[in-house]
Design a protein around this ligand. Structure first.
Ligand code: URP
Ligand code: ZN
Ligand code: ZN
Length: 475
C-alpha cells in the first residue's frame, strides 16, 4: 500500500448522487470524504491541501463495475487486460471499483481461486472485490463458501449455466449452492444461458458447415437466455433466495425478472453497456477479425432487445450497468478462425461505460443524472453490500469520485484507449460526457488525460454477509 494522499478540497462543483444534486464544496482527507460544505458556503482549505476547481462539473461517486474479468484464463487464452492495465483504464473512464470473478480450476478449490485472484489483483490501481464462482458441488465446496463469507469478505457467488464441459453447472449444483449461500447471507448470481441448448445448436450449425462468427449468435438465440433466466429465477424462488442475473441481453430475460419482481421475488438484473448500444449486425460483416472481436456471450441482439434493456433501467426493473470486461486481441480471437465455437468469448468496455451511458442515456433523456449514478455506482454498492462506503458521497464514505464534464466530448478509439487490447467495440463513436478527474481512495488518479497511479494503490474491499433480515427466505 502506498502512502496516504494529502487532503483535497474540491471547490465549486455540483455534487450529484443517486438521491440529490447540490452545489457544495467537498473536503477529502485520509482517503475518505471529511466534510461537505453547506450549499453556497465555501469550505476552508487546510494546510497542505490541494485544491481542485470543479466549476461547471458534476462531482459524482466513482463508477462501480460489478462484472469484470482481468487476466482470466478462458477458452485456451488469458484475457489481455491484467489488473493493472484494466484498472488504469477503469480510472481513465471514471470507474473506481471493480468486482472481478475468482474462478476455480475444473473441480478445484474455491479458496485457492480466491488466493490466486488476490495475488493477481495486488497490482490494481483501483479498489476491487471478488465474486467467487461455484462450478461443481461437494461438501468441500460448501465448507469453502462458508470460509469465504466468514473470513474473506466474499458475499456473492457466481454460477455459469453455459459453457458446457468447462464452467457450466446443472440445476442440482445451482440448488445446492443457492440454498447454502442463502444460509450464509450471500447473494448468488447466474450467467443465464442454457448450455445444453447452446452445445446442441453449435453442433448442428457446424454440421451444416456454418463455421464463421455468424454461427455464434445463431447458437445462442434469445430463448436460450430467456429459458435459463426463468429456470434460475424459479430455483431461487423455490428456496426463497435473492438472485442477481448478470449481463441481461434480451427482452425475454428482462421480462422474466420483471415478472418475478412483480410477484415479490427479490431478483436483480445487470445490463452491459455494450448490449445497450451494439446490435447483432456486427456478425454479418464478412471481415473475420471484426466479427470475431464482437464474439461474446450472450451475443449482441436485435435492436428491439436494446429498447427493452433501456426501459428496464429507466423503470428500475434492471439495476446495474457493467461491462463484463474480458478482452482478447485479434491474435487470440484467431483461435476460432475455422470454428466459431473456439473464438475466445469477450469484449472490452471498462473505460467507456460511463461516457457511453451518459451520452446515450442521460443526453437522450432515457436516464436522469440521479438514475445515471444509481445504475453506474449506487445500486451495485447496495446490492453487493458496499454502501455507504461506496456508491455515494457522504462524510466517512471512501473518497472515490469522478469530476464529470457533462459537456466535453471525445472520440472513442483503440488507438487512444488505455485498455490493453487492439479493438474497441465503440470505435469512432463521439461521446459527450467525460471524466476530467478521477479520485480513488483520496488520490487524484486521473487528471486532464493523465494517469497518476502506482501499482498497488487499489485495495481489496471486503464485503460482509447480509443480515438474516435482508433474506426473508433464510431459515
Ligand atoms: O463472453 C463473455 N461474456 N466472456 C466472459 C465470460 C462470461 O461469460 O462472463
Ligand atoms: Zn457470462
Ligand atoms: Zn463475465
Amino acid at each position: 500500500m502506498t502512502d496516504p494522499a494529502p487532503p483535497i478540497l474540491i471547490r465549486g462543483g455540483t455534487l450529484q448522487t443517486a438521491e440529490t444534486s447540490l452545489r457544495a464544496d467537498l473536503l477529502l482527507a485520509d482517503g475518505v470524504v471529511a466534510a461537505i460544505g453547506r450549499p453556497g458556503q465555501a469550505l476552508e482549505a487546510p494546510t497542505r491541501a490541494a485544491t481542485l476547481d470543479a466549476g461547471g462539473l458534476l462531482v459524482m461517486p466513482g463508477g462501480i463495475d460489478p462484472h469484470t474479468h482481468m487476466e482470466l484464463p478462458f477458452m485456451g487464452e488469458v484475457s489481455s487486460d491484467d489488473f493493472r492495465t484494466g484498472t488504469e483504464a477503469a480510472l481513465a473512464g471514471g470507474t473506481t471499483t471493480i468486482l472481478d470473478f475468482a474462478i476455480p480450476t475444473p473441480g478445484g478449490s474455491l479458496l485457492d481461486a480466491w488466493h490466486a485472484w488476490s495475488e493477481r489483483a495486488a497490482k490494481s490501481v483501483c479498489d476491487y472485490g471478488f465474486h467467487v464462482a461455484v462450478t461443481h458441488w461437494s461438501e468441500r465446496v460448501a465448507d469453502e463458501m462458508t470460509t469465504l463469507v466468514r473470513d474473506h469478505g466474499v458475499n456473492s457467488f457466481k454460477h455459469f449455466m453455459a459453457y458446457k464441459g468447462a464452467l457450466m453447472v446443472d440445476d442440482g449444483v445451482l440448488l445446492n449452492s443457492v440454498g447454502h449461500a442463502l444460509s450464509l447471507g450471500a447473494l448468488c448470481s447466474v450467467h443465464a444461458e442454457n448450455g445444453e441448448a447452446v452445445a446442441h445448436l453449435q453442433r448442428a450449425l457446424l454440421a451444416r458447415g456454418i463455421t464463421g462468427p455468424r454461427g455464434h449468435p445463431l447458437s445462442r438465440p434469445p430463448a436460450v437466455e430467456g429459458e435459463a433466466a426463468q429456470r434460475a429465477i424459479a430455483i431461487a424462488g423455490l428456496l426463497g433466495a435473492p438472485l442477481y442475473v448478470v449481463h441481461v441481453s434480451t427482452a425475454d430475460a428482462a421480462a422474466a425478472i420483471a415478472q418475478a419482481r412483480g410477484q415479490g421475488q427479490r431478483v436483480f438484473g445487470e445490463v452491459l453497456a455494450q448490449h445497450l448500444l451494439i446490435d447483432e449486425g456486427v456478425y454479418d460483416r464478412p471481415d473475420f477479425a471484426f466479427a470475431a472481436a464482437h464474439v461474446m456471450s450472450p451475443p449482441f441482439r436485435a435492436k428491439s432487445h436494446q429498447a427493452a434493456l433501456w426501459a428496464g433501467l429507466a423503470s428500475g426493473q434492471l439495476h446495474t450497468t457493467a461491462t463484463d470486461h474480458c478482452c482478447f486481441n485479434a491474435s487470440q480471437k484467431a483461435l476460432g478462425r475455422d470454428d466459431f465455437t473456439r473464438i475466445p468469448n469477450g469484449t472490452a468496455g471498462i473505460e467507456d461505460r460511463m461516457s457511453v451511458l451518459w451520452h446515450h442515456g442521460v443526453r437522450t433523456g432515457r436516464l436522469t443524472p440521479a438514475e445515471f449514478v444509481a445504475v453506474t455506482s449506487a445500486n451495485s454498492a447496495r446490492i453487493f453490500n458496499m454502501h455507504p462506503r461506496k456508491g455515494t458521497i457522504a462524510v466517512g464514505s471512501d473518497a472515490d469520485l469522478v469530476l464529470w464534464d457533462p459537456e466535453a466530448s471525445r472520440t472513442i478509439s483503440a488507438r487512444t484507449h488505455h485498455q490493453r487490447v487492439d479493438f474497441n467495440v465503440y470505435e469512432g463513436m463521439e461521446v459527450t460526457g467525460v471524466a476530467r478527474s478521477t479520485i480513488a481512495g483520496g488520490r487524484l488518479a486521473w487528471h486532464e488525460g493523465t494517469l497518476r497511479t502506482t501499482p498497488g494503490d487499489g485495495r481489496y474491499v471486503p464485503r460482509p454477509a447480509f443480515a438474516p433480515i435482508c433474506f426473508p427466505g433464510r431459515r
